[in-house]
Design a protein around this ligand. Structure first.
Ligand code: ADP
Length: 294
């Protein structure tokens, strides 16, 4: 089944990324509301075809912790990627409301399971774990998106990447593993640790305002102490989990299975948390904030 632009009715803009706009669309043949992500890379026909082919493996990727993939196509020199529409958008919109530890643990559990699925089932490393790539729907489900499934696409994105790279693990900045080819599972675990702290405290853990430039920030990641969860607001279990993710020595950072075996995740798995209620409240606060500021 081939998905194409002519089948789409554009309903609105969901967000803007570094490479283009994400639209909310209605897919007329199936009557499904989807999110359509545009990636503007000015690529040649061969590279575009390669990317579409590589994205095809996602048709097999079904997990409750991964945003469903519906298909990809290209038009002019852009790649279009259609995926499950997640009503409440990305986590960065929902965290300013403050997140209780039980909710934080459930979110973390979903992300670790999603990352483990990508690795075990598709043999892929996410490469871009951060709150804007964790989406929430109105059922309160938490799913990962934007993973590095296509080698060709990773290559093109790496070449043009100009944004803030501060979710990078220390070993990505210096040493033999640095550069786009040195990406490993362990680097995703570091980014996961930073993401958990960001969601908990409501801002990026390295205080950007204290740095004169981006090199200062990279310096702090490599030479400074790793950030920690605030011990006065989170349990020892939670703090220990995050400290293990942010172990500066990548070789002794835990695997996904070790993370899932951690007592914090054992609690998260068995705890009964009303994620739908949390998501609805956090989203209502997001809407109230954005309507006030516009
Ligand atoms: P970035 O380049 O920062 O990763 P994206 O281009 O992936 O951003 O997405 C921009 C924004 O669009 C996201 O922050 C999110 O709020 C929204 N968005 C992306 N995918 C979806 C989706 N499947 N459903 C709903 N909103 C989405």
């Amino acid at each position: 089944y081939k998905i194409s632009m002519t089948q789409m009715e554009v309903l609105g803009v969901l967000g803007r990324g570094q490479y283009g706009v994400v639209h909310k669309v209605f897919h007329k043949p199936t009557k499904v509301t989807m999110a359509l992500k545009e990636i503007r890379l000015e690529l040649n026909q061969r590279a575009l075809q390669q990317i579409i082919m590589e994205l095809d493996v996602l048709h097999k990727a079904r997990s409750p912790y991964i945003v469903d993939f519906y298909g990809a196509f290209f038009s002019e020199s852009c790649v279009y990627y259609s995926m499950e529409y997640m009503d409440f958008g990305s986590l960065d919109r929902l965290y300013p409301a403050g997140i209780p530890e039980a909710v934080l643990a459930k979110i973390t559990f979903a992300v670790v399971r999603g990352l483990q699925f990508l690795k075990d089932e598709l043999n892929i490393i996410h490469r871009d774990v951060k709150p804007t790539n964790i989406l929430v729907n109105k059922k309160g489900e938490v799913k990962l998106c934007d993973f590095g499934v296509s080698g060709e696409l990773n290559k093109s994105l790496a070449k043009t990447h100009v944004g803030c790279q501060s979710y990078m693990a220390p070993e990505r900045i210096v040493g033999p593993g640095s550069g786009p080819s040195g990406y490993t599972i362990q680097s995703d675990v570091w980014s996961l640790g930073l993401t958990i702290i960001e969601v908990a405290i409501g801002r990026f853990p390295y205080d950007n305002s204290g740095f004169a430039n981006v090199f200062d920030q990279l310096n702090a990641i490599v030479h400074g102490d790793a950030p920690t969860l605030p011990a006065d607001r989170y349990s020892d279990m939670a703090c220990d989990f995050v400290a293990q993710c942010l172990n500066k020595d990548s070789k002794t950072r835990p695997t996904y299975q070790q993370l899932l075996d951690h007592e914090w995740m054992k609690h998260a798995e068995s705890d009964d948390v009303d994620m739908q209620d949390w998501a609805e409240r956090a989203h209502a606060l997001f809407l109230a904030r954005t309507s006030k500021s516009s």
